[in-house]
Design a binder for this molecule. Structure first.
Ligand code: URA
Length: 249
């Protein structure tokens, strides 16, 4: 017995951004929706939404887009934003046009600043999003940081203390791990995600971040062959890696 949810064909495709239910009905009547090699002429019929559906269904000559439950990693380039509140092109513009009409919508799992590059996760799965960003999940995020001025020498101790306060806040930061690469390059690992945290931490230490790149979330590292602006669908193993990395707790 299958546990997969089932949806009417017209609802499934409309939710994936292929058009209105009426338009999907027309596609079906024109034999342009094919499942396992056979045209589906009745857009009202229910379809089991299994993870393998994209490999089995063809719409207007192309494989069906990934069904809901989609999770992606993106190599966010500099200059694009994660939020409609910021000025500039959005990360969603780097995805296929149809994906912007999906319901449930894709959203970023946390955010990177416009001038931060690196590993960004997106999903339409609210439960996954919550698992990654919930404070008790304690998913670590690693950043490579370039600094304007040479380190003074006390940064590892101050950041690791668990008592550092950011400007305007009264709750100390959780301990931050910091590895020094050279006097203006460090790698920091955070176990929480406050607004502009890395930039504000170094500002509080009297320095200034000149470049910021996230290369790891939990146990998932940004692949070397994923170029800036490119994205990839997460596998089950990738998701396990995000959630399963050792935590501070
Ligand atoms: N900290 C920042 O300051 N910016 C980011 O984009 C992420 C972490």
């Amino acid at each position: 017995m299958s546990k997969s949810p089932s949806l009417r064909l017209d609802r499934l495709l409309a939710n994936l951004g292929y058009g209105s239910r009426r338009e999907i009905g027309l596609l079906a009547k024109a034999d342009l929706i094919v499942l396992d090699g056979a045209p589906l002429r009745d857009a009202n019929q229910r379809i089991a939404v299994t993870p393998d559906l994209s490999g089995r269904m063809v719409v207007d000559g192309d494989p069906l887009d990934p069904p809901p439950g989609l999770a992606l990693m993106m190599h966010k380039p500099l200059g694009v934003t994660c939020s409609h509140k910021e000025v500039g092109p959005l990360v969603y513009g780097l995805l296929p046009e149809r994906w912007r009409r999906r319901d449930p919508a894709l959203s970023t799992i946390g955010r990177l600043d416009k001038e931060t590059s690196g590993l960004l996760l997106l999903t339409d799965d609210g439960a996954l999003l919550h698992k990654v960003i919930a404070p008790k999940s304690n998913v670590a995020k690693r950043y490579r940081v370039a600094l304007d001025r040479p380190l003074k020498g006390d940064e590892v101790m101050v950041l690791g203390s668990g008592s550092m306060l950011l400007d305007g806040e009264d709750k100390p930061l959780l301990p931050v791990e910091m590895e020094v690469e050279d006097e203006t390059h460090v790698v920091v690992t955070l176990h929480e995600g406050r607004y502009h945290q890395v930039r504000r931490m170094f500002a509080a230490l009297g320095n200034h971040v000149t470049a910021l790149h996230r290369d790891r979330i939990g146990g998932l590292t940004l692949p070397d062959d994923l170029e800036a602006g490119a994205y990839r669908i997460l596998t089950e193993d990738d998701i396990r890696a995000v959630l399963g990395a050792p935590s501070l707790a």
